[in-house]
Design a protein around this ligand. Structure first.
Ligand code: MG
Length: 278
């Protein structure tokens, strides 16, 4: 059962999305050598409080942070703590969410700590982010869920292979419906699995978090003893990007992008829906 939102509900999700964008801006600026992941969590908590928004990650299944901070070979769900000190050359995925008036938004960025990263890490992040945008561009009336998966996978497979061999599209995690809860139906694979069928038809009011996770090696992962932290099986580093997207009568609106996705969607010949809060 897919929850279809009214324009008023999408406007609330947009308000939540802008809080998430502000969390990312503040956390990315603070992701410098010497900072701990707990420092980033405290900054995120302050942004939430300053906007009168609530965290959706904190307490979710017992999760102890306001955000997930996933460093290097950690793919997702890293727990912010005082022991994890960011070092020059690290790569961190910052996954953040917010609730405004009971409506959720969720997004992730990959940030580079300091400088001097290998070119293949920058390329990994670029490929992952652009695959997300290819998926967002597939959020169109009349499309099916599988069209989003196909756009993400297709983009990644068309890229030149990294020196490490090939990109691993993480299989155990994916995108999800979002709205009155953070995680709702349908689950969105970042690749096509023919056994799953084509999925629901995309109609105005459909909202989805699109979040490819890609490694420089294996698609396979495992969860550490803390029951949260997800690492690649081969220790390869990974990237994670995410936006929450609403399909409206006027086209897609990227709820967690400051410009609603206008600039990136224009490259696909798509006009982003007007911002309901403008
Ligand atoms: Mg998500």
């Amino acid at each position: 059962m897919v929850e279809i939102k009214t324009p008023e509900q999408i406007a609330k999700m947009r308000a939540a999305g802008l809080v998430v964008a502000a969390m990312h801006q503040a956390c990315a600026a603070a992701a410098v050598p010497g900072a701990t992941t707990k420092d980033l969590d405290e900054i995120a908590a302050k942004v939430l409080a300053d906007h009168g928004a609530k965290p959706n990650f904190l307490g979710y299944g017992g999760f102890p942070g306001n955000i997930c901070t996933s460093v290097n070979d950690v793919v997702v769900h890293g727990i912010p703590d005082r022991e994890t000190v960011l070092r020059e050359g690290d790569v961190i995925s910052i996954d953040a969410g917010a609730i405004v008036d009971g409506w959720h938004a969720d997004a992730a960025i990959t940030a580079f700590v300091g400088s001097g990263h290998k070119a293949e890490l920058h390329e990994l992040s670029r490929v992952t982010e652009e695959s997300m945008w290819a998926g967002i561009a597939a959020v169109r009336k009349g499309h099916r869920l599988v069209d989003i998966s196909a756009a993400i996978e297709g983009y990644i497979r068309r890229q030149p292979r990294p020196a490490s061999g090939k990109y691993g599209i993480v299989e155990d995690y994916g995108g999800h419906g979002i709205g009155s809860q953070m995680h709702m139906d349908p689950h969105l694979l970042n690749y096509v699995d023919k056994r799953r069928g084509r999925g629901p038809k995309l109609v105005p009011g459909f909202c989805i978090a699109i979040e490819p996770m890609v490694s420089l090696g294996t698609p396979r992962t495992h969860v550490l003893a803390d029951e949260w932290t997800v690492k690649t099986d081969d220790g390869s580093w990974s990237s994670h990007w995410e936006h929450s997207v609403a399909l409206t009568e006027a086209g897609p609106l990227v709820l967690t992008a400051p410009d609603g996705g206008r600039e990136k969607l224009a490259a696909y010949g798509i006009t982003a829906a007007p911002d309901p809060l403008d």
